[in-house]
Write a protein that binds this ligand. Structure first.
Ligand code: ZN
Ligand code: ZN
Length: 249
């Protein structure tokens, strides 16, 4: 049995909002929700990117909460979800990591049809970002939700439905090969478990002993249970506990 872990939980309190918006959960509130959902190892984070919703001072405030006396930090870790650039660099960088006293950096691609209009170009761009991060960026520990943005091109009308069969096979092979070589973790996040190409990708991850990490991507406490569902799926697929990403401190 895998030990249920969730390293992708947003402390959404730490972002710029309108006054009418819900304030969002603090780190302590998300840790409580993750515990209630059965996660043993927990990672809280927020976005680190160029968006005006995510200025760096918000991350400093999150770090202050984490390192404040009384915070339930046992088996709880502090990370960021940093946007990847196509040269493989990440928006947080080594200096940001040190300033925030982070335990890990998850590098993710966030994209939308407003930025890149065709799905083919998006897929090529994400492939480039991930490959370069795996090859050249020692600051990134985990690749967050690979090809997790595809659904957005359904909304824009570019494709009728999103499925992993749209991703060129060599993109997936490149990622598997480099993840295996570098020992960086690939995240199980969106959970397209009824997609045969995704399932094939997961089996290849399992068979190549690629390091994996499970993320609920919860922005509200109620979504922390998604880690339990995803971990159970990986258990059924026979993922091995020795390949489950862990922080040792
Ligand atoms: Zn993300
Ligand atoms: Zn996220």
């Amino acid at each position: 049995m895998l030990i249920q872990s969730d390293y992708h939980i947003h402390a959404s309190f730490y972002r710029v909002k309108r006054e009418t918006d819900d304030p969002g959960p603090t780190a302590a509130e998300q840790v409580a929700a993750a515990r209630a959902a059965g996660s043993v190892y927990v990672g809280v984070l927020e976005h680190c990117n160029a968006s005006s919703k995510h200025p760096f001072y918000c991350l400093e405030e999150l770090s202050n909460e984490y390192y404040s006396p009384g915070f339930p930090a046992e088996n709880v870790f502090l990370g960021v979800e940093a946007d990847l650039n196509d040269d493989g660099s990440d928006f947080c960088g080594q200096a940001g990591r040190e300033k925030l006293q982070l335990h890990y950096v998850t590098g993710s691609v966030h994209c939308s049809p407003e930025k890149i209009s065709s799905i083919e170009e998006y897929l090529a761009w994400e492939h480039r970002c991930i490959i370069n991060a795996l090859k050249y960026n020692p600051n990134v520990d985990i690749i967050g939700h690979p090809f997790g943005e595809g659904k957005r091109w359904v909304k824009s009308g570019d494709i009728a439905c999103w499925h992993w069969g749209l991703i060129p096979e060599n993109y997936l092979e490149d990622i598997l090969h480099l993840a295996s070589e570098t020992g960086k973790a690939l995240e199980i996040n969106r959970g397209d478990f009824d997609d045969p190409v995704y399932m094939d990708f997961l089996r290849k991850m399992r068979d190549s002993n690629i390091i994996f990490e499970v993320g609920s991507d919860a922005h509200i406490p109620g979504n922390c249970v998604k880690a339990a569902v995803r971990t159970q799926k990986l258990d059924e697929l026979g993922f091995k506990k020795e390949n489950h990403w862990r922080i040792h401190r």
